[in-house]
Design a protein around this ligand. Structure first.
Ligand code: SER
Length: 315
């Protein structure tokens, strides 16, 4: 049972909602949010942290008496492809620092992996939990190396490392920024603002996706799972839906009939998307710790449009 959780990348796409979720479960004072960008949270403690600063990461965790580290700070796939060396240094350097702090302080450990950990030689449909992982992107290289490193820290040092291979995550709260799956977030904003969206991902390109509330719950459930049930650790396939741009457009059209989608394909992000699976198999997560997503595409669309209408009225 975790009680004192430190989060890196707390202002990022996942972190900015994970903080509130964990505060609600474990108490506001038991969640330390950290980020490289300054912030004043509505509630709860916040500290500045550059995750490449190992000493500060260790000191913050120690002072907070954290028993759990959730390491969320990383560059996403498209940004990593633009700045591969920075991505290596930040994604791998941050991870090893977080793992070291966890080893030294005996913290339970979580970090997200991604569908980006798969590559062109991976089976594309119903991608198994255990399969070929030869990604061709820097982000993917980071994620596979990260999964291996987390398993290493478990086997070698007994650190309770756990991870999820997230698909594209969709939310009305924080904009992702720099990902390949971000089109599936942008499209909802543009549907409300302009009733039209120009997609940088081509028609017919399937990718796995999940609504943020399911992603947050899956982190909590995995971290609470009985360790004796976990045959896998780093990382579990999880997914809620798989769609291509025309299908999300059709889902939006059920509520905004005049909505139009057009295409201006970005070759960099399209190549990344083409190297990823069409749909992954989450049965290991279902069996080992009871993973289950609540939202399918249409349920997500209803909630996204409802929440974004309110949000966009207030800006
Ligand atoms: N959503 C992420 C990205 O597109 C996938 O991990 O980079």
């Amino acid at each position: 049972m975790m009680k004192r959780i430190m989060i890196t990348g707390a202002l990022g796409q996942i972190g900015s909602e994970l903080v509130g979720k964990l505060q609600g479960i474990y108490g506001v004072d038991n969640v330390l949010a950290t980020d490289i960008r300054p912030a004043s949270l509505e509630n709860g403690p916040f500290q500045l942290l550059d995750v490449t600063d190992a000493q500060r990461m260790y000191d913050l965790a120690k002072d907070f008496k954290a028993d759990t580290m959730m390491h969320m700070a990383a560059l996403l796939s498209a940004t990593a492809e633009e700045k591969p060396l920075l991505a290596w240094n930040l994604n791998m350097g941050g991870l090893v620092n977080a793992l070291e702090a966890s080893r030294e302080l005996g913290m339970q450990f979580f970090t997200p992996s991604s569908i980006g950990a798969f590559g062109p030689s991976t089976p594309k449909v119903n991608t198994p939990q255990d399969t070929l992982q030869r990604p061709t992107t820097m982000y993917g290289v980071n994620k596979v190396a990260g999964e291996l490193l987390c398993d290493y820290y478990f086997h070698k040092f007994g650190v309770d490392t756990r991870g999820l291979r997230f698909p594209g995550l969709i939310s009305h709260v924080a904009q992702p920024g720099g990902g390949t799956t971000d089109y599936a977030v942008d499209i909802y904003y543009k549907a409300i603002e302009k009733q039209a969206y120009t997609s940088y991902i081509a028609n017919g390109t399937y990718m796995d996706m999940m609504y943020m509330p399911d992603a947050l719950q899956s982190i909590v459930d995995l971290m609470e799972a009985d360790a004796s049930r976990l045959e896998h650790r780093n990382s579990f396939n999880v997914t809620a839906m798989s769609f291509e741009p025309e299908e999300i457009a059709a889902s939006i059209r059920k509520h905004i009939p005049e909505f139009k989608i057009s295409y201006e394909v970005d070759p960099v992000r399209q190549a990344i998307a083409d190297s990823w699976p069409d749909s992954i198999d989450a049965s290991a997560a279902e069996q080992e710790w009871g993973f289950k997503a609540q939202y399918d595409l249409d349920a997500m669309t209803v909630d996204m449009l409802e929440k974004l209408k309110i949000k966009l009225q207030n800006v």
